[in-house]
Write a protein that binds this ligand. Structure first.
Ligand code: ZN
Length: 442
């Protein structure tokens, strides 16, 4: 009987723990990715997953709709020179461990369009009450009446080329409908206006922010100004000896980190291998722990832009921004500063070459692991095809890549290959060249 009681107590304790975990409505942070490149199209989609089904479903529906519309309008190719790009990116803020704020941003460019299309979609979700919030949940009508003139003045001041007093007074009335696109973080309330919504079409998306301490909020459980990013420093836990006279290859992974990266690192470690991970800045922000693991494992982090925009299509300042943002994030999160850049979709032009001092690294073996689902077929694109000094392209965003590595690594190790990072490859080859060019000592 005693035993049963003890078991019951333990059980109820366990249930209690399980419940308290559940009540804490833990919000999972993950990113879903889709990257496709063919002759005429570049598609780069990243959107968040919170683990909360109502929220995730709503975002997925929106992403699918954007994708379908894009394919319908730009998926059919008329001429050889035609090229179109779809990019979906997002910004995510969890405020006071409760309010999830998401801005989804659509970007479409095509030579069928005179100007690219930019559009944003905002979501404010209360994870405790499991419902979406409108601005009316945050402030009263009286407060909206009070702040609308302030917003109008600020818009005129910040975007004089996009507004005039007359249109702004006509279009931006103190109704909650006028301010349907908003988000907040622990410091500011943001309002967004889409192309053609209020501004002149050529002004693109407009956003303004108002400090939260200038507003009377209806919700009172916000912890304001709490998040300060701290720089972390991690060091390599493994030191590896590379023999410059032995065969070596550099395996590279693009588009991560993702939920598969940690397992990939484990397999690499098993074969004493390191690799190069060309990461996206927006993902490093989410998979920060994984990014640190990459460095600890002895692998290298390279830069693959912030959100996978087609870099050759960007103006130089936009390109610089994409690269620098990622450099800053990686440095802040891991303490490591990337030295190599892999341009998105493997396309390089002069804007890229002239505006970065990072080494541009492409590849010579493409595994097509994003397209081929069968790990054996992926492996067969490497085994028997690689040569000393090759750079292999893979993606740490797919399950089949992980499985293919389990075939590739033991086989190539048996053939005498060393698995090195791209920087190590460069360094080792330099050493080899120097050795070879030196005259014999005798
Ligand atoms: Zn990529």
């Amino acid at each position: 009987m005693k035993k049963i009681i003890i078991i019951l107590i333990i059980l109820s304790l366990l249930i209690g723990i399980a419940f308290s975990i559940h009540r804490d409505h833990k919000i999972e942070k993950a990113i879903e990715t889709l990257i496709i490149r063919n002759e005429n199209m570049a598609i780069g989609i990243n959107y968040p997953k919170s683990g909360i089904s109502i929220l995730d479903r709503k975002i997925k529906v929106q992403v699918d709709q954007i994708y379908d519309e894009f394919m319908e309008n730009y998926g059919v190719i008329n001429t050889k020179t035609e090229s179109s790009e779809l990019n979906i990116d997002y910004h995510y803020d969890l405020v006071s461990k409760r309010y999830i704020n998401i801005v989804l941003e659509k970007f479409i460019s095509s030579n069928r369009l005179a100007h690219p299309i930019n559009q944003i979609y905002t979501y404010v979700f209360d994870s405790k009450e499991k419902r979406f919030l409108g601005l009316e949940d945050l402030i009263t009508q009286t407060e909206l009446d009070r702040i609308t003139p302030k917003i109008q003045t600020q818009l005129l001041k910040q975007y004089p080329e996009c507004f005039d007093i007359k249109t702004i007074n006509q279009k931006l009335t103190p109704t909650f409908k006028s301010f349907s696109n908003f988000t907040f973080n622990d410091e500011d309330l943001y309002f967004y206006f889409n192309q053609n919504e209020i501004p002149d079409g050529s002004c693109g998306i407009i956003d303004i922010s108002i400090p939260l301490d200038h507003i009377n909020l209806k919700i009172d459980d916000l912890e304001l100004g709490t998040e300060t990013p701290i720089e972390t420093k991690v060091t390599k836990e493994i030191s590896k000896i590379i023999d410059p006279n032995k065969k070596m290859i550099a395996i590279t992974f693009d588009d991560g980190p993702s939920k598969y990266t940690k397992d990939i690192l484990k397999i690499l470690s098993k074969y004493n291998a390191s690799a190069t991970f060309f990461v996206l800045g927006n993902k490093v922000e989410v998979y920060d722990e994984t990014a640190r693991e990459i460095i600890k494992q002895g692998s290298e982090i390279g830069n693959h832009s912030y959100n996978h925009k087609w870099l050759i299509k960007l103006k130089s300042e936009e390109f610089i921004n994409q690269v620098n943002q990622t450099q800053t994030i990686v440095k802040r999160i891991t303490g490591y500063t990337p030295r190599v850049l892999r341009p998105t979709y493997g396309s390089v032009n002069n804007t890229i070459r002239e505006n970065t001092n990072l080494d541009i690294v492409l590849w010579n073996i493409d595994t097509l692991d994003w397209k081929i689902k069968d790990p054996k077929r992926i492996a067969s694109r490497v085994i028997g095809k690689v040569d000393d000094g090759d750079i292999v392209l893979m993606h740490d965003t797919h399950k089949q890549t992980l499985e293919a590595l389990k075939i590739i690594l033991p086989k190539l190790k048996e053939e005498g290959y060393q698995f090195v990072t791209v920087s190590e490859l460069k360094e080792a080859r330099k050493i080899k060249e120097i050795n070879e060019s030196q005259p014999d000592p005798d």
